[in-house]
Design a protein around this ligand. Structure first.
Ligand code: GLN
Length: 413
């Protein structure tokens, strides 16, 4: 399969920039485990794909190099941060692509571009050689034209890795095998906290249509509650920025990447390098994270956020006692226009409201197409599963996809 890779995965001998000036000329001497496994399985690596700088963003407009357009409407963003990965699959530039998801970066662009995106359980896929943003949240996964391809690629990517101590040592089931088993008796949880004010009417309509279709295929629905949902965005922007500020400390002009030597001594070199190398959003996150980790604020911010994160996780544990999968919209809206949110970070952050809890809880999630707006923009359906239960997500997704057939629609380029 000809596959393209988000430019956050190290590729031996091929530039890996994270769409940052800091790494504009960085050529890794090794392959990330994900890329190595794909190559070993016979995949052809076509090239590297644009993204928000260091995966921070929801529109790919934070790339230091160029903007990626949405193939369905080139005045719209492709989503982010794996916007290049989703747009390339939608436009047919590659058979499939690989992305990463820290707070929605696989699922939201998949939703905006009308393709399938899967964020596996934390630890299911090795993070070795995947440039770190927020290490307790980051996870790589496939972006594909349909559910079958997602299952096939997950088979290749998943599994423990001695080079990543957080990878889970558990057998990898054959994800493609159970796809056709149907959803008879499957319990689908519908969380009331995800069907709220601000949810676009057309998105709500399409998601409700998918619920009806799954019921018609034999699934049952049950109302569930995830009461800590309202804190998820706040918790995420403390935990993710704290981890980012720590991870990005390594870009100091000494070890690798950009160096701006202005002869003002070591500290001057650090400052000049980091000032020139990082874009505005990355600097904003480093400052937020450094602040919340600083002495006197740590207990009030980072520690508190970590405690609330546990409550978010427990919400899912409770909900999964009543259901096998949880169904929600992937994003409150379809793709927004280029430039529409980029000047207002808070509005941009809020667009991830439905995808972030999944990363905080470490559970698997996926997005697949469930219709189009009246303007012809794709709408995404999100399925969330129990830890390590990607197989059930894929089976439910496949059942819906085969009945609905949205995956056969391609943008007219
Ligand atoms: N949009 C979110 C952010 O900006 C999530 C990004 C991601 O999943 N990498 O942090």
């Amino acid at each position: 399969m000809p596959i393209a890779i988000k430019d956050i995965f190290c590729t031996r001998g091929v530039k890996t920039t994270c769409s940052s000036r800091m790494l504009a000329n960085f050529v890794p001497p090794y392959d990330s485990t994900v890329v190595k496994r794909l190559k070993d399985a016979g995949a052809v690596i076509l090239g590297k794909l644009n993204m928000d700088e260091f995966a921070m963003g929801s529109s790919t407009e934070n790339s230091a190099f160029f903007k990626t357009l949405n193939p369905w409407d080139t005045s719209c963003v492709p989503g982010g941060s794996s916007g290049g990965s989703a747009a390339a699959v939608a436009a047919g530039l590659c058979a499939a692509s690989i992305g990463t998801d820290t707070g929605g970066s696989i699922r939201q662009p998949a939703s905006f571009c009308g393709v399938v995106g899967l964020k596996p359980t934390y630890g299911r896929v090795s993070r070795y050689g995947m440039i770190a943003f927020a290490s307790s949240l980051d996870q790589g996964g496939p972006i594909t034209k349909d559910v079958t391809d997602a299952a096939m690629l997950l088979n290749v990517m998943a599994g423990s890795d001695p080079l990543d101590s957080t990878s889970v040592d558990a057998p990898v089931p054959d994800y493609a095998r159970g796809l056709k088993d149907g959803v008879k008796g499957l319990k689908i949880g519908i969380p009331k906290e995800y069907f709220i004010e601000g949810l676009d009417r057309e998105v709500e309509g399409a998601v409700n249509g998918a619920i009806d279709a799954l019921k018609a295929s034999g699934a049952e629905t049950v109302g569930v509650s995830l009461p800590h949902t309202e804190y998820a965005v706040g918790v995420y922007y403390l935990v993710a920025t704290a981890e980012a500020s720590s991870n990005l400390a390594r870009y100091d002009g000494v070890k690798y990447g950009l160096r701006v030597d202005n002869a003002a001594g070591l500290l001057g070199m650090y400052r000049a390098t980091r000032d020139r190398g990082f874009g505005a959003e990355v600097k904003r996150r480093i400052m937020l994270g450094t602040y919340s980790l600083s002495a006197g604020y740590y207990d009030a911010y980072y520690k508190k956020a970590s405690e609330v994160r546990t409550l978010v996780k427990r919400d899912f544990d409770e909900a999964f006692k009543k259901c096998d999968v949880i169904l929600t919209p992937t994003s409150p809206t379809a793709a927004f226009r280029l430039g529409e949110k980029v000047a207002d970070p808070l509005t941009m952050y809020l667009s991830d409201i439905f995808t972030i809890s999944c990363n905080l809880a470490g559970i698997p999630g996926m997005s697949l197409p469930c219709g189009f707006t009246s303007k012809g923009l794709p709408i995404g359906l999100q399925l969330l599963g129990r830890p390590m239960d990607e197989a059930t997500l894929l089976r439910a997704a496949y059942t819906y996809e085969q009945g609905a057939g949205w995956h056969k629609k391609r943008p007219a380029l």
